[in-house]
Design a protein. Structure first.
Length: 270
């Protein structure tokens, strides 16, 4: 599943090819993905110039004077800018036709992605109520500490709560808690301010590193034959249940927390 670093890498890969370019039409090969595709993609977007390609949480926004196309890659979606005559492949559901004989092509085998519309000056309901971006100044240990007081839910669930901070999925929550030495099962309200400062720092460092590494795969976004551009992670604990802890060598435990598999070291994480 694309996590925040893949979505940011996608944004960085697409932006130079889309910014300033006019959309001349939209070809929808089906009416819905996860939800019905917004009517405005056909009625408002054509004729508009893309002013910016932004990311909010794991959503991408193509801003125009008439509003913004709002995209989510879901479980399996990918976007590519291609020559307009590139043959279709299975699951190529949407083309936004661009001036200069190009298309922005949305492929999504499992159809958990979406293509919606945000009118100018409005915030789409899916984006309302989201917490701060993890790489922004609004996210820090003090915020985690303040919001967590009195909460008995496991700190891992708290960290993955999108109203607390956006874009920290299962992989990065597990990795950041390991880096900060905090057990994923510890009640959120019983983590100190100092340890939350370490956790926030770990979240920033790990996400930034993943985004930097993603930069090496950017060419895939404009290659018709390229892989979707997701990248191998350097992971310490995620997906490594039963293997030795990279820090102390003891066997990593796997526990289900909030219906998600969580791997952690009972010795290094308290
Ligand atoms: Zn350990």
């Amino acid at each position: 599943m694309p996590e925040l670093p893949e979505v940011e890498t996608t944004r960085r890969g697409l932006a130079p090819h889309l910014t300033g370019r006019k959309v001349i039409g939209a070809t929808l090969r089906r009416a819905d993905l996860r939800w019905p595709i917004a009517r405005e993609v056909e009625t408002r977007l054509p004729g508009q110039r893309i002013e910016a390609v932004r990311r909010r949480a794991k959503y991408l926004l193509l801003d125009t004077g008439a509003g913004s196309a709002l995209l989510h890659l879901g479980m399996s979606g990918s976007l590519r800018v291609l020559p307009a005559d590139t043959p279709l492949r299975a699951h190529d559901h949407v083309d936004l036709r661009l001036e200069g004989e190009r298309v922005l092509r949305f492929n999504d085998p499992r159809r958990f992605g979406c293509l919606l519309w945000q009118p100018p000056g409005e915030v789409h309901p899916l984006l309302a109520g989201l917490g701060p971006e993890p790489l922004s100044d609004a996210f820090d240990g003090d915020r985690l500490f303040a919001l967590s007081r009195g909460r008995s839910a496991p700190v891992k669930n708290f960290l993955m709560d999108q109203s607390v901070v956006v874009g920290v999925g299962n992989i990065y929550a597990a990795e950041a808690l390991f880096a900060a030495g905090i057990s994923p099962l510890r009640p959120a309200g019983r983590v100190s301010r100092e340890r939350y400062a370490r956790l926030a720092e770990a979240v920033r460092r790990i996400l930034s590193h993943a985004i930097t590494r993603g930069g090496t795969t950017l060419r895939d976004f404009i290659s018709p034959d390229g892989a979707p551009g997701y990248f191998e992670q350097e992971l310490s604990v995620y997906g490594r249940g039963g293997l030795p802890c990279p820090r102390c060598g003891r066997t990593l435990r796997q526990t289900v927390i909030g219906q998600r598999a969580s791997v952690w070291c009972a010795s290094c994480q308290r």
